[in-house]
Design a protein around this ligand. Structure first.
Ligand code: ADP
Ligand code: MG
Length: 737
């Protein structure tokens, strides 16, 4: 029987071993780079490029311009300097003269060179004492058989031990020759045309061996666009499933409801808060579940915005949940709400961990019976036994503090609510509709029985005080709408930040005491210390002891840490809020959300052990009131990164600027847990550089999903397959594919 010829897909799956110039031994090495097939090699993108476009003879060099020269190594000299450093000099002879390449304090460079070697150097030359010099040039070693690089811009690939740069280049070049024409184009031809994208068969060779910088840009654009587009497409599909195809109660903020809510508020809202509320109102008035992220720097006033949304749901006879990641924070929210609602009939319930079981059971029962309107709490709200009678809104504060699993459970909770909802709704119809507490009219839904046939989802609002660069927000939370609070409430004072060493301690505590005597309060925060780490840092208890018997002996100190029970923590927090405790010594439990405007002093111990976002959160604790804040970070940054981090921290109080810095220092994956989100890493797109392409890809993806919701047109089949392959599972896109 004749065997049919292999399909393009089969050919692209050819093991690397069978590529020209590879063989079994080198195949092993390539496997270490994750290169198993011909297709893997094709898509092994360069890490960077060496640009040797401007190649000159030695007698044509110009000072201060990036140029390249070619030649043979004639001499190598290496000498230590009097100051303890070293200078490596490599003399290169070209066709028309000599050039000396220099490396300062990089002794390891020496091993790279040998006499007689042919090299291509690129850098900015300088004419020094009758000879051209180049400091720290880029070096390309030319292989024996390599006459001259075919292109002037050479790819630099990620390598592994035993694989040379020139060798990998050769393998890639050969793979391109043999296989590039087998690749399928995912975009329809007109699409490429209208979006200024190069076809894959043109773009791929140019991303490896660009003929010019312009070509490289064009080729790169195609791959960046494709990568971001597929992700945005997946997010748009997910959004459609979670949003466009679901129903939620329409909770309109009528003029009357709006006035009733605002009457309760203790202050005028800022324009930013007004804006966010307007966006939330528009969402909640619609028939689809709100799916919104409210981001705002620490102290920007997110809570009141959330309270507005909670009361809007309650006004329509729905239950609303506000969930916080810590008990301290949940308790504080409960108090805020208590104050605002003191005179109203809204029924409030607080559900946190570690409650006596009868008490908990009673509360859970109230919730199930619809006798609780606003439920504030911690993860305790999402336990098995909690079910809501009529849930209209879920607000999650500091959502990044919750684990992925908890978030998933919460979504599941919403699902379980649905089942009960119709049952309870039906009961409501037969009994008298319960009058809403903010608005005495019966719930509008109760008057429209037809909607009870469908299942309703609650509206969903998540809040975060970790400002996220827009590109990251669009990527990680691309399925959410985003509201941003940029302005701080009026009258906000500045915070002064200092980075100090042990020598300045006495002076700082002097100042600290003086401010306490003026009536202010303060925090002293220490990092969490593991048992194994005890020699390197002191625990919060030890810090407390030392201060109580030393620097702050004259003041009332409180201690708070993670191993205390909820009641103990609450008692301490409450005393601090009331001013009975003047100084709170604590681990980073005060990091998020704690709001005591009279506290204006912050001491952070071992600052290098905190992340930038965490430091910023801590400082946010003293950036709330009418008084200026003073934050002193003690620390000995050991790594360059921690040095940069602390430097950035003292240089600005703008959370968005800090987020960008953090992003630059640590990369988006680390920072926002792409891995936590389960998203595969971006291979070529760079969220710092490719913001514009991202916006474009996002718009295009949304337009495509709007036009072809199921991606069922034949010309979108390949896009759909790729998307499902990359993101189907992590984004739970179900049967798309
Ligand atoms: P965060 O966004 O960090 O959660 P909060 O909601 O805790 O901020 O608000 C910080 C402080 O600012 C609180 O003391 C709050 O009462 C106050 N606040 C919020 N909005 C306003 C406003 N519009 N006018 C005056 N004070 C406000
Ligand atoms: Mg908050």
């Amino acid at each position: 029987m004749p065997t049919s010829p292999p399909t393009p897909a089969q050919l692209l799956a050819t093991p690397v071993q069978y590529l020209k110039g590879v063989g079994p031994e080198r195949a092993e090495l390539l496997h270490k780079l994750g290169l198993k097939t011909a297709a893997d090699v094709l898509f092994h993108f360069p890490r960077e490029y060496q640009d040797f476009t401007d190649q000159r003879e030695m007698n044509q060099l110009e000072e201060g311009k990036l140029q390249s020269v070619r030649g043979v190594i004639e001499d190598i000299d290496f000498r230590p300097t009097s100051s303890g450093g070293s200078v490596l000099g490599v003399l290169v002879r070209g066709a028309a003269g000599y050039l000396r390449a220099l490396w300062f304090n990089q002794p390891y460079q020496r091993e790279k060179f040998s006499l007689g070697q042919r090299v291509l150097l690129s850098g900015k030359p300088k004419y020094e004492g009758l000879v051209w010099q180049m400091a720290h040039p880029r070096v390309e070693t030319l292989a024996e058989e390599e006459e001259e690089p075919k292109t002037k811009i050479l790819p630099v690939y990620p390598l592994t031990e035993g694989v040379q740069q020139w060798h990998l280049r050769k393998i890639v070049r050969q793979a391109l020759e043999g296989y590039v024409d087998l690749l399928d184009e995912v975009f329809p031809p007109e699409y490429l045309e209208t979006h200024d994208l190069w076809p894959i068969r043109r773009a791929l060779p140019e991303i490896h061996f660009p003929a010019s910088q312009e070509n490289l840009e064009h080729a790169r654009r195609r791959f960046v666009y494709q990568e971001l587009f597929l992700l945005q497409l997946a997010l748009a599909v997910k959004r459609r499933r979670q949003h466009d195809q679901r129903q939620a109660p329409r909770l309109e903020a009528t003029a009357k409801i709006d006035a009733r809510i605002r009457r309760l508020f203790p202050f005028e809202l800022t324009p930013g808060q007004e804006n966010a509320i307007a966006e939330i109102r528009a969402d909640m008035a619609g028939p689809r579940p709100m799916n919104r992220l409210l981001q705002g720097d620490v102290g920007s006033g997110k809570t009141i915005v959330a309270v507005y949304a909670l009361l809007l749901a309650v006004a329509h006879g729905y239950q609303a949940v506000l969930m916080a990641p810590t008990e301290v924070l949940a308790r504080q929210h409960a108090q805020t709400i208590e104050k605002i609602l003191a005179a109203s009939q809204v029924r409030r319930v607080q559900l946190i961990g570690g409650m006596p079981s009868e008490k908990r059971a009673a509360l859970v029962n109230l919730i199930a019976e619809g006798q609780a309107d606003v439920v504030v709490g911690t993860q305790a709200i999402i336990q098995e036994d909690v079910a809501f009678a009529k849930l209209g809104l879920v607000v999650i504060d500091e959502q990044h503090k919750f684990g992925v699993r908890q978030r998933a459970v919460l979504k599941g909770q919403a699902g379980r609510v649905e089942g009960r909802e119709s049952r309870v709704e039906n009961k409501d119809q037969t009994s008298n509709p319960r009058p809403s507490t903010l608005d005495s009219r019966p719930s509008p839904l109760a008057l429209r029985p037809s909607t009870f046939d469908s299942i309703l989802d609650p509206h969903y609002l998540v809040m975060t005080a970790t400002p996220i660069p827009r590109t990251v927000a669009l990527t990680l939370f691309g399925d959410l709408d985003v509201s941003t609070l940029r302005d701080a409430p009026p009258g906000r004072q500045t915070v002064h930040t200092y980075l100090a060493g042990d020598a300045q301690r006495a002076k700082w505590w002097d100042f600290f005491r003086r401010k306490l005597r003026e009536g202010r309060q303060g925090y002293v925060v220490t990092p969490l210390v593991e048992e194994s780490d005890r020699t390197a840092a002191v625990s919060v208890e030890e810090t407390f002891e030392a201060l109580a018997n030393g620097e702050l002996a004259d003041f009332r100190l409180g201690l708070i840490h993670g191993r205390m029970t909820a009641e103990e923590k609450d008692a301490v927090m409450e005393n601090f809020r009331r001013g009975e405790i003047q100084v709170l010594v604590s681990t980073s439990v005060v990091e998020v959300g704690v709001d005591v405007p009279n506290a204006t002093l912050m001491t952070i111990e071992s600052g290098q052990r905190f992340g930038l976002a965490q430091l910023h959160q801590l400082r946010g604790r003293i950036h709330r009131g009418r008084y200026p804040g003073f934050c002193c970070v003690f620390g000995e940054p050991k790594t360059e990164e921690s040095q940069e981090r602390l430097k950035a921290f003292i240089s600005t109080t703008d959370g968005f600027a800090l987020a960008e810095t953090d992003f630059r220092l640590r990369g988006p994956g680390e920072l926002f847990g792409t891995r936590q989100h389960g998203l595969p890493p971006l291979r070529i797109a760079d969220l710092l550089l490719d913001g514009e392409v991202l916006e474009e890809a996002r718009r295009d993806a949304q337009a495509l999903v709007a036009a072809d919701p199921g991606l069922s047109c034949p010309e979108h089949a390949l896009l759909r397959r790729r998307m499902a392959h990359l993101y189907g599972q992590v984004l739970e896109l179900g049967d798309v594919g």
